[in-house]
Design a protein around this ligand. Sequence first.
Ligand SMILES: [Zn+2]
Ligand SMILES: [Zn+2]
Length: 103
Amino acid sequence: MMSSRIDNATRKKIYARDGWRCALCDGTNGLQIHHYIKRSLGGTNTPHNLVTLCSACHSHVHGFPLYETYITPEDIEQAICEYLSDMYAPNWNPYRKGAHPLE
Ligand SMILES: [Zn+2]
Ligand SMILES: [Zn+2]
């Protein structure tokens, strides 16, 4: 299983796809790439599993909110899920029972 870091070409491709903005809040501060499915759970570096987040949203989804909010990390996961499935459906369908969303 590949679990290497994201190479620069892929990184640029994801930023460009997402318009050099956070997929959640449209912020441009400290852009980072987030794995929807964690690498430790088998998530890969395919675009289907990667999303651009600003540093605040990225910390938040990992459980370290940088600001006071009622939004939970689960809400953010859900928003990312919808963002990616809007982009890649029907090839990306986390709701299909038993399916791995990256297949
Ligand atoms: Zn953000
Ligand atoms: Zn992340």
